[in-house]
Every structure is written in structure tokens, then in C-alpha cells.
Design a binder for this molecule. Structure first.
Ligand code: FPP
Length: 241
């Protein structure tokens, strides 16, 4: 059966921490960047599998605010990979009906990469088959800090009454303001950590920590996790009556 927009037993929004590229490469006696390149190749297969699984939104963690602490060679290699990936994949993503968005702070990214990101967002803005969000220089705490700064500016300028601030207010200032909250968060490579990813948004998400290293992750494995999700009972803090 093909899942449709009206079939919501599965997750509508899946967020993925793509971990294990470095170990995947090391096990093959290759440099870490070899693993990142292999990891980038998995993205297309996973995104293309989403519509048939009823997954409308997929958000992937490509580079965190903490990843700058890696060696200069690895950081530069990743930035070059992102530039190449966008240039190479833009047409295919657009033709597949993928709407691409980026979240994270663009200020520290190089101008050429930001330009490519802007162009891809514009080029795919009319698409609606599947919404791919790429978190690049993203960290949840950084996002909440930036959101709070803008919220405070609105209060200071008289555009927002502090008495009206409630838990619906902050999400409007987050990078993810147009996205639904993730229903399912997957982390590959056997690590059971959230690593500063979508902390506010995933308050009620289900989590799957799986052993597979990201470059070995397949559409079949995503399908299995989506199916398992359908068996879970989400209560959002309530008691089943
Ligand atoms: C974590 O593995 C992975 C990253 C920090 C980078 C994720 C990037 C990609 C999958 C490649 C490209 C993505 C796009 C959108 C083009 P790790 O290096 O921490 O692995 P390790 O824990 O085994 O060292």
C-alpha cells in the first residue's frame, strides 16, 4: 500500500542524525572524508524513499555548530563536499519534487556556499512532494539563543507583548518555524545521544538509535523503522482511556 497524506499512522516528519561516516572509512583504511562522501551518496536514496512511506518531511543533520572543532582538513573537506553536493544534486532534487530548506546559522559559512544554499531554496520553493531540510552549522542551543534574541528585539520595539509570550511563541522564531515537529528521530552508528539536534522540536518525538553506520543506511532500513513507529503508542503525556 502506498501511504498518503491522509494516512498518519506513520511518521510525517523524520529527522536523522547521520553518524558513523568516520568509522565507516577507518574500517576500510581510508581517510574520514571518504566516509563523508559515501554518506552524501545515501541522502538521495533516503529522500526518494520518503513519499511512498508517507514521510512528507525529512530533516538531516549535516554539520553541527560543534563540528568546527574537527581538523581544518576535515572541516574544509566537508564544506567543499556541501558545495559540490548542492551543485551536483540541485537539478535531480528539483525534478524529484523535493523542496529543500537549510536551517542553522549561515553567518559563519563561506559566501559561495551560502549563495548555493539560497539558490537551491529558491529553485525548489514550488515543490511539495517531500520537504528536505538540511541542518548546516546547526545547533539547537544556538538556534534557541538566536530566536530569543529576535524575540527580545520584538519586545523592545513594542511589536510583542511579554504577557503574550507562551510556548507557541518561541517556535515562531526558530529556524524550523514552517516545519511540523519531528515524529521520529533516528541516529545511526550505535551512539545514543541527541547532540544538540532539534531539542525543542523533538520534545515528544520517538527515538531510534540503530547500529548501522550512516554510509550503510538504506531505504529498506528506513521503511522498517517507519513500520515499527506505526506500532508505537504515542500519548504526548496523556493517559490512554
Ligand atoms: C557524522 O559522522 C557525520 C557528519 C559530521 C557529517 C554528515 C555529513 C554527511 C552525511 C555528508 C553530506 C551530507 C550532505 C547533505 C551532502 P562522524 O564523522 O562523526 O563519524 P564517526 O562518529 O564515525 O567519526
Amino acid at each position: 500500500m502506498t501511504a498518503t497524506d491522509t494516512d498518519h499512522s506513520g511518521p510525517r516528519h523524520v529527522a536523522i542524525i547521520m553518524d558513523g561516516n568516520g568509522r565507516w572509512a577507518q574500517r576500510r583504511g581510508r581517510p574520514r572524508l571518504f566516509g563523508h562522501h559515501a554518506g552524501a551518496k545515501r541522502v538521495r536514496e533516503v529522500v526518494e524513499a520518503c513519499p511512498d512511506l508517507g514521510v512528507k518531511y525529512v530533516t538531516i543533520f549535516a554539520f553541527s555548530t560543534e563540528n568546527w572543532k574537527r581538523t581544518q582538513v576535515e572541516v574544509a573537506g566537508l564544506m567543499s563536499l556541501f558545495r559540490r553536493y548542492i551543485s551536483k544534486e540541485a537539478r535531480a532534487l528539483c525534478d524529484e519534487g523535493v523542496r529543500v530548506r537549510f536551517i542553522g546559522d549561515r553567518v559563519r559559512l563561506d559566501g559561495k556556499l551560502v549563495l548555493l544554499m539560497d539558490e537551491l531554496e529558491k529553485m525548489t520553493a514550488h515543490n511539495d512532494r517531500v520537504h528536505l531540510t538540511i541542518a548546516l552549522n546547526y545547533g539547537s542551543r544556538d538556534e534557541v539563543a538566536r530566536a530569543t534574541k529576535r524575540l527580545a528585539q520584538d519586545v523592545a520595539a513594542g511589536r510583542l507583548d511579554p504577557d503574550n509570550v507562551d510556548e507557541e511563541t518561541l517556535p515562531k522564531y526558530l529556524d524550523t518555524c514552517v516545519l511540523p515537529d519531528p515524529d521520529l528521530v533516528i541516529r545511526t552508528s550505535g551512539e545514543a545521544r541527541i547532540s544538540n539536534f532539534l531539542l525543542w522540536q523533538s520534545a515528544y518525538a520517538e527515538y531510534e538509535f540503530i547500529e548501522t553506520l550512516w554510509p550503510d543506511f538504506t531505504a529498506g532500513e528506513l521503511a522498517r523503522l517507519v513500520k515499527d513507529y506505526g506500532k508505537r503508542e504515542r500519548r504526548f503525556g496523556a493517559v490512554k482511556v
